[in-house]
Design a protein around this ligand. Structure first.
Ligand code: OOG
Ligand code: NI
Length: 457
């Protein structure tokens, strides 16, 4: 039996996850329809955008494009999750420290890394590891540790299929199908808590996120985010569909040429839960799941990213306080003002080395030109911005906070700890900037080959 490509397993898992979440959170289905409608309109009304997405292939993956997020409790859970995602061709990319934003986790994003794999399925999962050492109350920390130690978040069949994949180097169709079904169980919502109501309250008082990770059977998927081509329009249409968005869109302000990532989320659902000392599900409640949409733009080079970080920080400093309902208009004004310094023109973004691009041979002869600029000028090569596939720490913090309630901010003395994260993960995370540079260079190599030139770069 031939092996199924991990890309196909990932595509199937992403579909299955979407179906499951639609049943769990009907509002997600409504959001998907709204995003689909707005995307169709955008493609009709902006032929230039449609052409650009057709050239990069993103137009074909758009409807299937989504990311989810989970939070695990222990190093062992994280290490096994990494093996589970590897079956689907997903690797940990980037390190995000959320403790500076008062959320006791550090995170990575599991995703495909090669442009051809991303084209098959760009499914990503933002994965956070709880930092138990940040619970100050020693007795509570010990109790949390024991609760986490006792739980098994993977089915036996799932573990067996991961081992089979690792041993044989792949799964056949039946194995891949079974894997998708079994892996889904890890991400399912269970309304039965593993603690009493009083225990839940103590964990919750330490931090809401601690209760969300420790008091339940597994790392339920807490949102699934479709990609929109126009986040401002979707945000404006959400209330009419009965969806209440957070006040501020995270990330850069609106631009002609999108950069990085803009995100907005809708408020978490009040879930009914049953604590172990209760008989009826209706007695307890907990906020676990929420909704989010995002618009993706160009991946930035180290230089572009430094400029983004500087302008974002300047906007936040000028605001004096966290962006919220009360100062949303002022914040958007400040962002707009600061980001006027970031060129909103593709040629300038490329010439100033602010963004990564993909290069495509246009089929025209090179006319004796051998330099990249010359070939772009004479139309032998086209370029398109390379889409950002990752997350943003400040945005992620804003999403966490709106989901946890704005009162959930805490101050942690301990700094970031990428080393401890790597140790828990059982490997190092990949550097996203290196991945973008590789994709860009591969596209230049393709152009050189197509034009019969020794190299371009
Ligand atoms: C993850 C929040 C971060 C994003 O898109 O930045 C996130 C979480 O709440 O677990 O999903
Ligand atoms: Ni998200």
């Amino acid at each position: 039996m031939p092996f199924v490509s991990p890309d196909q397993t990932r595509a199937a898992f992403s579909r299955a996850m979407s179906e499951m979440y639609k049943k769990e959170v009907p509002l997600y289905g409504d959001l998907m329809s709204l995003v689909g409608e707005v995307n169709r309109q955008c493609l009709e009304q902006q032929p230039e955008l449609a052409r650009s997405l057709a050239r990069t292939g993103e137009i074909e993956r758009l409807d299937a494009e989504r990311h989810g997020a989970i939070r695990v409790g222990t190093a062992a859970e994280l290490a096994t999750i990494a093996r589970l995602f590897a079956v689907m061709g997903m690797q940990p990319v980037g390190y995000y420290d959320l403790t500076s934003a008062g959320v006791p986790v550090h995170s990575t994003a599991f995703r495909a890394v090669h442009e051809q794999s991303l084209q098959v399925s760009p499914f990503r999962v933002f994965t956070s590891l709880l930092r138990l050492e940040l619970i100050e109350d020693v007795a509570l920390r010990e109790q949390a540790r024991q609760l986490l130690e006792q739980r098994q978040i993977f089915t036996q069949s799932c573990l067996a299929l991961i081992e089979q994949f690792e041993r044989d180097g792949g799964l056949d169709q039946a194995g891949s199908d079974a894997f998708v079904e079994q892996a889904l169980e890890t991400f399912r919502w269970h309304h039965d808590a593993t603690v009493t109501a009083a225990q839940y309250q103590r964990l919750h008082d330490a931090h809401r996120l601690i209760a969300d990770v420790v008091a339940f059977k597994g790392p339920h998927i807490n949102h699934l985010t479709p990609r929109t081509l126009d986040i401002d329009t979707v945000q404006a249409l959400m209330p009419a569909r009965g969806i209440a968005p957070k006040a501020v869109i995270e990330g850069p302000p609106p631009r002609r040429h999108a950069i990085l990532l803009r995100q907005t989320s809708f408020k978490a659902l009040q879930e009914k839960v049953a604590f172990t000392d209760q008989t009826a599900v209706a007695e307890g409640s907990h906020t676990a799941r929420f909704g989010e949409i995002e618009q993706r733009g160009a991946a930035l080079t180290p230089k572009g990213r430094a400029l983004y970080d500087r302008l974002l920080n300047a906007s936040r400093t000028a605001l004096a306080g966290f962006p919220s309902e009360t100062n949303a208009t002022e914040y958007m004004r400040l962002l707009g003002e600061q980001f006027s310094e970031f060129p909103d023109d593709l040629a300038q973004m490329r010439e100033q080395d602010l963004a990564f691009f993909r290069y495509f041979p246009s089929g025209q002869p090179s006319a004796g030109e051998t330099t990249l600029q010359g070939l772009l000028d004479n139309g032998a090569i086209h370029c398109e911005p390379l889409v950002y596939e990752d997350f943003l720490p400040v945005s992620a913090a804003g999403i966490f906070q709106s989901n946890l309630g704005d009162d959930a901010q805490a101050e942690y003395g301990l700094g970031s700890s990428q080393e401890a994260f790597h140790q828990a993960l059982g490997r190092t995370v990949l550097d996203e900037l290196a991945l973008y540079a590789q994709t860009q260079q591969r596209s230049l190599n393709d152009c050189a080959r197509a034009l019969g030139l020794p190299s371009l770069g």
